[in-house]
Design a protein around this ligand. Sequence first.
Ligand SMILES: Nc1ncnc2c1ncn2[C@@H]1O[C@H](COP(=O)(O)OP(=O)(O)O)[C@@H](O)[C@H]1O
Ligand SMILES: [Mg+2]
Length: 500
Amino acid sequence: MSPDYDIASPGAAELFESLRAFGYDLPTAVADIIDNSITAKANNIWISLTWAGQNSRITIRDDGEGMPEDVLLQAMRPGSLSPLAERAENDLGRFGLGMKTASISQCRCLTVMTKTKTTPVAIRRWDLDYIASTGTGEWRLLKGAHLLDAADQSALDSQEQGTILFWDRLDRFVGNASSDDQVAQKHFRERADAVRDHLAMVFHRFLRGRNAIRLYINDRPIEPWDPFLEDCDAVAPLPGETLKMNGEAVEVKPFILPHHSKISTETHALAAGPRGWNAHQGFYIYRNCRLLVAGDWLGLGMQKEEHFKLARIRIDLPSSSDMLWQIDVKKSRARPPAALRKDLLRIARAARSQASNIYRHRGKVLQRKVGSNDVFLWNHVVRRGKTFYKINREHPIVRKVLESASDKAPLRALIALVEQTVPAPLIVINNAETPDGLGRPFEDSSSDLKEAMAEVFRAMIEDGRERSDAARALLTMEPFNQYSELVAVFLEEQSNKETT
Ligand SMILES: Nc1ncnc2c1ncn2[C@@H]1O[C@H](COP(=O)(O)OP(=O)(O)O)[C@@H](O)[C@H]1O
Ligand SMILES: [Mg+2]
């Protein structure tokens, strides 16, 4: 009797090619390998990126517990452990995929060599080209010492235990480049720097303190990058909160970073982070101290804006909350569960408001220095006992528009019409019926406001005013004087432009 099922194994070559497309880049792929080393209790991890054209190679070696041969064999299987399996509390792994998918996302040949205190060196290799060449669809995992040359075989000789991964045939970012290809070599070096910066960020909490691990890239130690500048006195940590969810505690702690006038230029530049100040505002999500998300407002309906860039909020998750936070295989994304969104929104709003207060305050101080030669768009004119509202022809933007128009007649007519038909009676009635019912200028579009601000600024520059003078004039000008935080940020950007 034939069985009532078919065996439908995936073809090895095809599935491996698909697994390559998970969306890792080099830094996130290396980070996923480092997770395994940390879980294996490594004290030291050495990453090396060696340029040799198409023979370029990346190795990642650790002095962790290593694996006996049978464990290595199991570990090399895609899906070596189910995501549903119970994990040790400090395990940084999750899907049983990382070592394989992260590696082959960057290379076509992954070799793992490992030994423990009590078991000898074991070697296994996934070679995508070999698998494709057999034409059988079989999952042939290569083994044997002959896979590596003598020098590579001795890579673990100096240590009692540990694991090394060799990534060869780096087709994704080296391809067939020849070893004297300068452009490709420069790209390779830049990628190495990106790896260093990413690891400095993702593992910064492992690189400090009593049981710190040491990470080396091409023999140079990696210094931690702390997004919260906790060693710096000028940082204002806000009170932390513990949010409870399904009996699990989620720790949330906001930090307001200091304005750059309060810290050294060097500290300020360093604190910006790999992607820059603006990009690095928002929530930082850690799972077992490992950083997953480095600055994101988590789809809570808030945008990244310059005047909020000093707000960074730390979230600490236990590893058991993976499913609830939708952590992906690459460990680069997390989404808060619905039940916590309200609290996170409240915390984010408070931190954002504190951060923008720093700029508002700076704007106010500048305003005071400038004094009050306010420029209004509307003038209030009383003639024969009657009130009229007139557009100020001396306002920079009005002047510019009037002067630059080739046919001025229609423009004058438009301005006259606007002035003569200001819906004053309607405004009076509305205001009586719903006091405070009038919107603040630009209250729901800060991008329009910024655009207007930039245009007015440009008009003043074109009119021959000094940049600094024009910038300060914005602070006393309606409606920008109500948004001193946005003006302060704008001024900062302008002065950065001047100095660079
Ligand atoms: N550097 C290492 N040292 C010791 N064991 C390792 C190392 N790298 C991987 N492993 C073993 O391989 C398994 C599979 O790793 P991986 O594919 O990254 O999945 P996960 O980390 O989700 O378990 C790990 O669970 C671990 O048992
Ligand atoms: Mg892993």
